[in-house]
Design a protein around this ligand. Structure first.
Ligand code: NAD
Length: 494
């Protein structure tokens, strides 16, 4: 049984809180480990280590900070398989998907390698006679990251790469459901030359999170998780004077117009709905099918479902793994069970009745779904795709814009004009045009609108650099002492 502890001040620190949580292999249902759940004192120790390291790290030259990121880039690259197998063991996602997670996380470290360029300020010579004005961006100090179970490596990399490169020190509170990879990343950062105390991991639950939110030495909090917790994080963190970006849940719609290539749309729907067992905040969970092609599209999706190979994440031919916990499996199954009574049609029922102890639900498809039904109104976060039939473009756009979540969306069409209109009309943060999972590359920024993001700044990329720094403007004069005189007037530039 793995004993998963904290990482504080450059080393593993055994918890003394007396509280632990179980960690499972979701493919077998077996408990494989237990994770420490931090006490307030343990959180305070991690923050104290980060605070002690902050002034030295902030004073470290940009080139040296970039060098650490370059080394980290090499180490993550060299350890892709090791990281992926840790992800599979505790999250359950299949190895190819875990490798994809590592690759997309790595992009953020590569972006952070460019920090000397990213932190260049502006300079205005002769803003007034003999006066120059320039802007600089400085780190915030100690910042915290609180991350979800579904991307235990990539989401921390979204945060710590830019935060550290900008000269902050970091306290990570990973999901207690798949915590091991956070310690592996901490070791790699140490090997990359990051000084002790700059990166810390406190394992834990609400106790740790709430302490981070109120700790006076935490300057900013980045959060990714479900909408109710994101709202709590944003409200509590900002009430305590912190800068907060809190990314929440999602209900992502894919609008398929009548002119779309239906085979391409069906292939895309399968990948985007069932990849990672639907446990992606950018998963497609609703297909909005134009009425004239809806029967064909549903048939094409249903035909493809038996071809999806479901199995343990470490089995070489598996394409889709289990869900994260038994409770989550049962919750997901509940949406399939309840759908017919609300008037929907279950076309493919992925609930298992064979008593398999793994946390599996097979790919499922529900047709004739309408707003108001439980499977439409809630984030299922499982391999369940709903099909809602719409009259066409206007009807589909109105439905997407009426949804409280607004993380990602996609349109499938051959009509460039319609796609252009969609991009203009749609009230969603990340948009795909014939691309079902439009996760921005690391040199753009990631974030939804509405109930999918609380705060003003999207995550990673240029907005991440802004989030982890604050601006300062310097007005400077080097006068000839012989010209000095007393002047009580307000400074003018002309
Ligand atoms: P979650 O909200 O349950 O947990 C996220 C983090 O918050 C974890 O570290 C957890 O320990 C902590 N937490 C949980 N309950 C808490 C409480 N009551 N008080 C304080 N902290 C608490 O989310 P999850 O189940 O780990 O992840 C899945 C959710 O994350 C889905 O809703 C998914 O859409 C969302 N998600 C969003 C994005 C995005 O970019 N918008 C990305 C990935 C996942």
């Amino acid at each position: 049984m793995n004993d998963i502890q904290h990482w504080i001040d450059g080393k593993v620190v055994a918890s003394t809180s007396g509280r632990t949580g179980p960690v499972f292999n979701p493919a077998t249902g077996d408990q494989t480990g237990q994770v420490a759940l931090a006490s307030v004192d343990e959180v305070d120790a991690a923050v104290a280590a980060a605070k002690a390291a902050a002034s030295g790290w902030r004073a470290t030259s940009l080139s040296k900070r970039a060098e650490v990121m370059f080394r980290m880039r090499e180490l993550v690259d060299a350890n892709r398989k090791e990281i992926a197998s840790l992800l599979t063991a505790e999250h359950g996602k299949v190895l190819s998907d875990a490798m994809g997670e590592v690759a997309r996380g790595l992009e953020n470290i590569e972006f952070a390698c460019g920090v000397p360029h990213l932190l260049k300020g502006e300079f205005s010579e002769q803003a007034s006679s003999g006066v120059d004005v320039y802007s600089i961006r400085q780190p915030l100090g100690v910042v915290a990251g609180i991350t979800p179970f579904n991307f235990p490596a990539m989401v921390p990399m979204w945060m710590f790469a830019n935060a550290l490169a900008c000269g902050n020190t970091f306290v990570l509170k990973p999901s207690e459901k798949d915590p091991s990879v956070s310690l592996f990343l901490a070791e790699l950062l140490a090997q990359a030359g990051l000084p002790a105390g700059c990166f810390n991991v406190v394992q834990g639950d609400k106790v740790a999170v709430d302490r981070l939110l109120e700790h006076p030495d935490i300057a900013a909090v980045s959060f990714v998780g479900s909408t109710p917790i994101a709202r709590h994080i944003y409200e509590t963190g900002t009430a305590n004077g912190k800068r907060v970006q809190a990314l929440g849940g999602a209900k992502n719609h894919m609008l398929v117009l009548a002119d779309a290539d239906l085979d391409m749309a069906a292939d895309a729907a399968i990948g985007a709905a069932y990849g990672s067992a639907g446990e992606r905040c950018m998963a497609i969970s609703v297909v909005l099918a134009s009425e004239s092609i809806a029967d064909d599209l549903v048939a094409k999706i249903a035909d493809r479902i038996p071809g999806v190979r479901v199995g343990a994440g470490n089995a070489p031919d598996s394409e889709m793994g289990p869900l994260i916990t038994a409770e989550h499996r049962d919750r997901v199954a509940g949406y399939i069970e309840g759908a017919p009574a609300e008037g929907a049609t279950v076309v493919v029922d992925g609930r298992r009745s064979d008593g398999d102890p793994g946390f599996f639900v097979d790919p499922s498809l529900i047709d004739h779904v309408r707003p108001g039904m439980a499977c439409y109104e809630n984030e299922i976060f499982g391999p369940v795709l709903s099909v809602v039939r719409v009259h066409g473009y206007e009807d589909g756009v109105a439905m997407i814009n009426a949804n409280p979540w607004a993380n990602g969306t996609a349109i499938f069409t051959r009509d460039g004009g319609a796609a252009r209109e969609f991009q203009f009309d749609i009230e969603v943060g990340m948009v795909g045009i014939n691309v079902p999972i439009p996760v921005p590359v690391s040199y753009y920024s990631f974030g939804g609108w509405k109930a999918s993001l609380f705060g003003d700044t999207h995550m990673y990329g240029p907005e991440g650099i802004n989030f982890y720094t604050r601006g300062k403007v310097v007005t400077s004069r080097w006068p000839d002492p012989s010209t000095s005189k007393v002047d009580l007037g307000f400074p003018e530039t002309r």
